[in-house]
Design a protein. Sequence first.
Length: 424
Amino acid sequence: MTAPVTATDLNQPTLQPAAPTGRRLSWPVLLLIIAAGLALTSMVRLITGADGITNVSQMSTALQLAVPIGLAGLGGLWAERAGVVNIGLEGMMILGTWFGAWAGFQWGPWTGVLVGIIGGCIGGLLHAFVTVTFNVNHIVSGVAINILALGATRYLAPLAFEGHTGGSAKQSPAIDSLGHFTVPGLSDALRDLNDQGWFFVSDVAGLLGGLVTNVSWLTLIAIALIPASWWILWRSAFGLRLRSCGENPVAAESLGVNVYKYKYLAVVISGGLAGLGGAFLSIVANPFYLEGQVSGRGFIGLAAMIFGNWMPGGLALGAGLFGYTDSLNLRGGSANVHALLLLGALLLIIGAIWLVIRKKYLPALATLVAGALMLTWYATTDEVPNQVVSATPYVITLVVLALSAQRLRMPRANGMPYRKGQGK
């Protein structure tokens, strides 16, 4: 539950409000769950022989694919904590890809990153103007932003890129690299350990190796934004005021908070983060803009935010999960997804046992049946169709949201219309 907002809290800039409390997993319990998940995955790897599910290359690719999803989700977190639903994340990412590539191939990649952020901020500003000032339905505005961004970039791409070397109506010229780093010695040691194929130890080495091998500098910035956002939103007076706008804007206004200002700031920051995710796609993931390269990542980022219960840490875990499943398309997809069928079946069976312990017999039966069907699918096939591999990230998105729906708690005033002075 969010702590009640008081006049002293909202007007003292040096306040250090407490982090949200409630039923949360402690760090030792959370680490134990993660270790158990890795151990189960390692067991599946040994049974199936699908070494690709935890090797260094797989984890490195998963990290790269998780970054734009995480940035989009973080953008959604900022907006929705201030009470504005941001379905327009997809469009803001599209603006980030185009603006980032347009500036990047002309003036360098770091300039492209900055301009990509500005492109996303423009989308955020437009969304804030429509929803906050004119009180237009947030969903309608977000969809309009997505359509407008797609149309604008499709119109501007030929004007900006045609006539340049490597450019076309749907693709920008190549952009110079931002640079990557690999931790000398540690990266090679972890890769060698991962290649040994030992139970658990090699899988941990693969996970850690992906974090220190061929990592973009922009990835480090993106990772740092997760704890930075948590500190600003939950440990600063600015963040408390912003969150009060998403919980009870009438009460916040009565205590002197300029609700419009904070909503505008939150949505513009949201757009900037989504734009940064788009710039990552067109500068780091691919060194050029390509029409359609966002491919729904804005919506998956929104799903990661919901999975994370509107908290930065949970959002990061969700983005990592979706990035990992997306990476299966690029590295041994069919064999790896087939192995994950066994992992999914085991998880469902364990979930059914847990539900029985909690005396929820009907959900336990449904979960057990689903696990048995998945286990049968694994046992009666040697591989899965490529269409299943391509659909895996989206299926995981739906499954995770369905399983986490019971514990979700969005900001109370999220998406609700608000007019200045309405509490008087």
